[in-house]
Design a protein around this ligand. Structure first.
Ligand code: ZN
Length: 89
């Protein structure tokens, strides 16, 4: 594969036409209420109505202290295109 050229989403933000985006990502945080480790597995917890390049919030629930918290995130998407792989069909 040649050095890929990277393309990004144009404009400020872009709403994905999806209610739920499941990703193989586990976020680990320290609960701001009690200091215990809390996690969110996005393969099961999913991102709700995700918007690319826009700050959104993920909500966490702490089983240890029974409190909720949230954290900001920004979903980014880029496309690596192998410019040397173009061929006639
Ligand atoms: Zn807690």
């Amino acid at each position: 594969m040649h050095k890929p050229k990277q393309f990004r989403v144009k404009g400020e933000d872009f709403e994905i036409a999806s209610k739920r985006l499941y990703l193989p990502i586990i976020i680990e945080l320290i609960c701001p209420h009690c200091g215990e480790k809390i996690t969110s597995d996005l393969e099961s917890d999913y991102l709700s109505y995700p918007v690319i390049n826009h700050t959104e919030q993920i909500h966490f629930y702490c089983n240890e202290c029974d409190n909720e918290s949230e954290i900001d995130y920004k979903l980014r998407v880029s496309l690596d295109v192998d410019m040397g792989s173009i061929r006639k069909l």
